[in-house]
Design a protein around this ligand. Sequence first.
Ligand SMILES: [Zn+2]
Length: 372
Amino acid sequence: MTLHWTPSGRDGAARAGTLRTAHGEVPTPVFMPVGTAGTVKAMTADAVRATGARMILGNTYHLMLRPGAERVARLGGLHRLADWRGPILTDSGGFQVMSLAALRKMDADGVTFQSHIDGSKHRLTPERSVEIQRLLGADVTMCFDECTPFPATEAQAAASMRLSMRWAARCREAFLPRDGHGLFGIVQGSTFPELRAESVAALTGIGFEGYAIGGLAVGEGQEAMFATLDATLPLLPADRPRYLMGVGTPADIIGAVRRGIDMFDCVIPTRSGRTGRAYTGRGVLNIRNAGHAEDLRPLDAECSCPACRSHSRAYLHHLFKAGEMLGPMLLTWHNIQYYQDLMARLRSAILEGRFEEEAAAIEAGWAMTEEE
Ligand SMILES: [Zn+2]
């Protein structure tokens, strides 16, 4: 049986369900911490698991350059190499090629580029991207596509989306069906509803185990992002998982779950944690602020992570001021814990038919913020 998703509850358009993969079941809605180069930065795999995270993301671009996809396969695959026993979703590499690689050259068949690490030359095509993701051992493989830059004219967005749809058909051909593994198509079309609809029609015509919404969270703003979801999600098959790529803040996630998104990934909790920004029930808090220097309260009184359970804001503030690596480690753990707790709250609320009450309660907490 291929990877599949079964619904278990609905509240309005918000959905709860279970994703069944070769490496276990994942309750949705789910937030996947980003394990860029085979590690969720500053956390051990056990620590990631301890937050309740069940699924992580790996980046094809980073792993193909270092240590290399074939080497990861020889070492037993990404699950074994990184000691992550749960499911892994890998992106296609396309987004990072466009944002990180030097001297990239795109053609109708794929993209040739130079590594940002050592300048070595590489090529990604739909077929090679799918092959790399198989070598890594991905439970969910993403179609190789072009993330349409923002802003784009309608003509640019149409040409880019149609190229991605041709590549999606090639990815489907290249994908080797295996038990508990699946391939997701990616809806493109920028903020143009007609192009999004055309993209959905093309992808559902091919048929995928799940559908991602790509090309958002690239500078269009939350209102345009939600409008695009409103126009797109009702067109997608109700029995397949929906993944909003690269999103987002807790407020973005609540709004997207409300509209029927099941899966998320974003670097915000990990990246913010490394710079001293903590997401809490009382909004965002910057632990570097001088006001925390003698504050003996925990970061977030309602959080069960080690940063909150064992330490004061004063200690965390000191760690960041002193440049100690434990500071970023503890705040990363806290932020991942906050995101996992948020997803669990949203899921319970959907199953109990009180999503809007829960969302309002969470947002009321943020409004009591002490800073920023
Ligand atoms: Zn915490």
